[in-house]
Design a protein around this ligand. Structure first.
Ligand code: NAP
Length: 276
């Protein structure tokens, strides 16, 4: 088993994920895995970084596919005995003018952004080694969507005692409410992406709390973040940041020094903790 440190980035064949891998290849003292769902797109991205003189490694990972997640888990366990850095970056967003029915958008968006990310965490967090760093890429849209929720929902999502099971039930309820056409009546905002990212931010707060309760001595730091508005296929060419600039906050959180005990369980944007 290798004693080399290892970092894993999800959804890294393009956009912010690729830029995070680029930065980690330069700054992380160990193996860096560019993971993505399509091996062809992954190998092309690896080749691009190799042309820049970098040496990322590749592993397939479709966060919608539990078998794929478990194959990566077993690989990391066997080869490295765990992992040191996990960046949950993979995500999707329907375009604003997409005519797909809202209930379908809700189901598809929540499936990847919330349930897929949660499945990766469920399988990989137990493998994270002492002083490990976990970064869940959320969005400022999670904050604005939170403000668009009913007072009752806001209270639940801000609660310091909400459980993962309760959060999962709420995310599933959102999808069901959209199917029944009652999501606004039930206090939800009109954004599937926003609700999925509320899920990612709240999940991060819960996971950080559980780390405090169960593994305090391991000094693992876990945070959610917003990369900013970044020029990628998701956000389009008018966004203000380049992908490398968008990678800065996630990479800062991924490389928090072993002497750091904060931030932890926070929502971070521009390397600054934001109120939730
Ligand atoms: P992007 O260019 O569209 O890249 C998204 C990445 O996620 C792609 O590599 C995509 O793979 C991957 N992905 C989607 N579904 C996946 C799955 N089931 N399994 C594995 N990978 C999957 O978007 P981006 O702008 O770089 O976004 C990266 C993250 O930042 C997302 O979580 C996004 O919500 C967040 N974010 C972006 C912005 C922004 O302004 N761009 C702002 C706030 C937050 P394929 O190529 O195979 O589709």
């Amino acid at each position: 088993m290798s004693s080399v440190q290892v970092a894993v980035v999800t959804g890294a064949n393009k956009g912010i994920g690729l830029a995070i891998v680029r930065a980690l290849c330069r700054q992380f003292p160990g193996d860096v895995y560019l993971t993505c769902r399509d091996p062809g797109r992954g190998q092309a991205a690896v080749a691009q970084l190799q042309q820049e003189g970098l040496r990322p490694l590749f592993h397939q990972l479709d966060i919608d596919d539990l078998q794929s997640i478990r194959a990566l888990r077993d690989f990391l366990k066997d080869k490295y005995g765990g992992l040191n850095v996990l960046v949950n970056n993979a995500g999707i967003a329907f375009k604003v003018h997409d005519t797909t029915p809202f209930a379908v958008q809700a189901e598809v968006t929540l499936k990847t952004n919330f349930f897929g990310t949660r499945n990766v965490c469920t399988e990989l967090l137990p493998l994270v080694k002492p002083y490990g760093r976990v970064v869940n890429v959320s969005s400022m849209v999670s904050s604005s969507a939170l403000r668009g929720c009913s007072q009752e929902l806001q209270q639940k999502f801000r609660s310091d005692s909400i459980t993962e099971e309760e959060l999962v039930q709420l995310m599933a309820k959102f999808v069901e409410d959209t199917k029944r056409g009652v999501h606004e009546k039930e206090g939800w905002p009109n954004t599937a992406y926003g609700v999925s990212k509320i899920g990612v931010t709240v999940l991060s707060r819960i996971q950080a709390r559980l780390l405090n309760e169960q593994r305090k001595g391991d000094h693992v730091l876990l945070n959610a973040c917003c990369p900013g508005w970044v020029r990628t296929d998701m956000a389009g060419p008018k966004a203000t940041k380049s992908p490398d600039e968008g990678a800065e906050t996630p990479v800062y959180l991924a490389l928090l020094p072993s002497s750091a005990d904060a931030p932890h369980g926070q929502f971070v944007s521009d390397k600054t903790v934001k109120p939730w």
